[in-house]
Design a protein around this ligand. Structure first.
Ligand code: UD1
Ligand code: CA
Length: 458
């Protein structure tokens, strides 16, 4: 049977106290609903339907930016009349011969394995329910079972009897069932209950009455089915996720100086014998090779770092590619388009942007190198600036192999410094310096002998 996924995300999320729709609040740098969509997509469903209501414009904006935007069917639920009503909004576009998996946009961390197991319980004649047993089940729908331990109903907290309130097994809201049942029973739901809502959960009693099989499965961890209603719960779930990531990477051979003080946000891969010191943040698409060391307080975003490179503390890499054996930081800022070849060095208070730095070249202190192409074994002195911007256009600086840029050189681009050429310290270089030449462009020094300093006036 084909699979269709319906994700409910129309609720307001009042307790977030936010202009941003709840499901767009990020967890590990990605909107909660993004986690749900990504996991759902991994099940390779025939279709994904997202039920939106509150904040739907912002949600549409986010979805439009996703690579799989075309694969997501957006369903508008203008009035939030309950979970049963929400699912019903999507039904006209659901294949009656499919299995439907219902997910919530504010339950971000359910694993693929759990969902696969749940979906495997459902077929044309069977319903799969994801339940969990909680120490404190307050507020949740309770799973009611008969003497044979068969699920017969879900009773919402507000509608439950004393005896039912004592049940610790609760409904996570996530379930898989034949689309045909939904088509048949959703129109028959009544809102005659404590909340005046159309409860999706009432389907369970209908399925039980029709003597259909209802199987329940529990997730590996409670947090997998934890919904987020406020920022405290979001923070708690973020911490749990980060702990999982930290444990995973330590198991894979990464040393974390403090597993509680490192953050993984994105599509990350780390080789063996990598050391991450405290407060390192890895964001976006990050690839870190074997043996890399990253010092305290570094942010590495959308970057690749090849084996054996050392990134010293307080460095920010964004869209950078760093080859083997490089030495970066402390306090370096590598901006998008920075490419360091093998053994290059970028030291403290150096900013680079769209800069290719050849093998063994060094920019050790206090420089800005942008729109630049540096050959091999170039030495860039302290305080060197590429003046790449004339206020309108950006221009390129080329520095050939073995050149030596004296300290405090301004390189007014477009400009080229030839192979093995030198610029004198303090020069403002506006014209090409030929291979092997010395470029001097500064006022000559004058020394006045026996110079009398001014005296204080009476
Ligand atoms: C629901 C379940 C309850 C379960 C709990 C788990 C029902 C009737 N109850 O209760 O058994 O224990 O989830 O968290 O299903 N939504 C819409 N449109 C609506 C109503 C809700 O899109 O009209 C979305 C919400 O945005 C949310 C999800 O559905 O993501 C759940 O809705 P919520 O109101 O939080 O359900 P609960 O009352 O918590
Ligand atoms: Ca809820």
């Amino acid at each position: 049977m084909s699979l269709e996924v319906i994700i409910l995300a129309a609720g307001q999320g009042t307790r977030m106290k936010s202009q941003l729709p709840k499901v767009l609040h990020p967890l590990a740098g990605k909107p909660m609903v993004g986690h749900v969509l990504d996991t759902a997509a991994a099940l390779k469903p025939a279709h994904m339907h997202l039920v939106v209501g509150h904040g739907s414009d912002q949600l549409r904006g986010y979805l439009a930016g996703r690579k799989d935007a075309d694969a997501i069917n957006i369903v508008e639920q203008t009035e939030q009349l309950g979970t049963g009503h929400a699912v019903d909004q999507a039904m006209p576009q659901v294949d009656p011969n499919s299995t439907v998996l219902v997910l919530y946009g504010d339950v971000p961390l359910t694993t693929l394995a759990t969902l696969q197991q749940l979906v495997s319980l459902a077929d044309a004649q069977r319903l799969g329910l994801l339940t969990v047993t909680l120490e404190d089940p307050t507020g949740y729908g309770r799973i009611v079972r008969d003497h044979d331990h068969q699920v017969v109903a879900i009773v919402e907290h507000k509608d439950a009897s004393e005896a039912e309130l004592a049940i610790a097994e609760i409904n996570t809201g996530i379930l898989a069932l034949p689309a045909a049942w939904l088509k048949q029973w959703l129109p028959a739901l009544s809102a005659d209950n404590a909340q005046g809502e159309y409860y999706l959960t009432d389907i369970i009693a209908m399925a039980a009455a029709a003597r259909h099989t209802i199987d329940a499965v529990q997730p590996g961890a409670e947090q997998e089915v934890q919904g987020v209603n406020n920022r405290l719960q979001l923070a708690a779930l973020e911490r749990w996720y980060q702990q999982q990531q930290a444990e995973h990477w330590m198991t894979e051979g990464v040393t974390l100086m403090d597993p509680a003080r490192v953050d993984f946000r994105g599509d990350i891969h780390i080789g063996q014998d990598v050391t991450l010191d405290v407060n390192v943040i890895l964001e976006g698409r990050v690839r870190i090779g074997d043996g890399v060391e990253i010092g305290a307080n570094c942010v590495i975003r959308d970057s690749e770092i090849a084996p054996g490179t050392v990134i010293k503390s307080h460095s920010l890499l964004d869209g950078a590619s760093v080859a083997e054996g490089c030495d970066v930081g402390p306090f370096a800022r590598l901006r998008p388009g920075t490419e360091l070849a093998r053994g290059a060095k970028v030291g403290n208070f150096v900013e680079t942007k769209k800069a290719k730095v050849g093998e063994g070249s060094k920019i050790n202190h206090l420089s800005y190198v942008g729109d630049a192409d540096l050959g091999r074994e170039v030495n860039v002195g302290a305080g060197t600036i590429t003046c790449n911007y004339d206020g309108v256009n950006k221009h390129k600086t080329e520095i050939d192999d073995g050149a030596f840029i004296g300290s405090n050189t301004s390189l007014v681009a477009p400009v080229r410094v030839g192979k093995g050429a030198t610029t004198a310290a303090g020069s403002t270089i506006t014209k090409a310096v030929a291979d092997g030449a010395l470029g001097v462009a500064r006022g000559r020094q004058v020394s006045l002998a026996q110079w009398q300093r001014p005296k204080k006036q009476q």
